[in-house]
Write a protein that binds this ligand. Structure first.
Ligand SMILES: [Zn+2]
Length: 173
């Protein structure tokens, strides 16, 4: 979907708050893109009350928007957010994704399931993007984190630098 098509769907405004500040498409895997303004794209809203816009957006008839709202509410550590999320009536497409936490399963090169906090070993030399560094084969990466929404990516620290690593190039220790 192009940004133009997205903007037609959204009526030319942010699908969370209805604002129009620097609108852009954001991919919400696996349900597709949503249009968000600069404030809603950021991790932090300009004002604490900003996310209250989600109470209205929760009723969107677009599965991707509803799922994006659901996830954002989950990331907010506030009572109203939990209540709003609990009260949401999810579209069937969204319910299916929410009910399938295993949809994103991170597996190493041998197909072994990885969990956050695991230690993995690199099975080949990996150039680190944007640097001249090469993470050497055999390097142990401790306490990995899993990249949500992307089963092929994990993150870990190599030589003090936090990098994204493809799961196909690691082996669980
Ligand atoms: Zn917005």
């Amino acid at each position: 979907m192009t940004l133009d098509e997205l903007l037609t769907r959204s009526g030319g405004v942010c699908e969370f708050c209805g604002g129009d500040l620097r609108l852009g498409g954001v991919e919400v895997a696996p349900l597709g893109p949503v249009v968000l303004c600069a404030v809603c794209r950021g991790d932090r809203a300009d004002s604490a009350g900003h996310w209250r816009c989600l109470e209205g957006a929760a009723w969107s008839a677009v599965p991707a928007v509803q799922y994006a709202v659901w996830r954002r509410l989950r990331s907010l550590d506030e009572a109203w957010a939990t209540e709003t999320r609990d009260a949401m009536i999810l579209l069937p497409e969204v319910q299916a994704v929410v009910d399938a936490p295993d949809a994103v399963e991170h597996r190493d090169s041998n197909g072994v399931v990885l969990a956050a906090g695991d230690t993995v070993v690199l099975i080949k030399d990996l150039p680190v993007k944007g640097t001249s560094m090469v993470a050497k084969r055999g390097t142990a990466v401790r306490s990995i984190t899993l990249v949500a929404d992307n089963a092929a990516h994990i993150e870990g620290r190599v030589d003090g630098q936090r990098i994204v690593i493809l799961t196909e190039f690691v082996k669980k220790k």
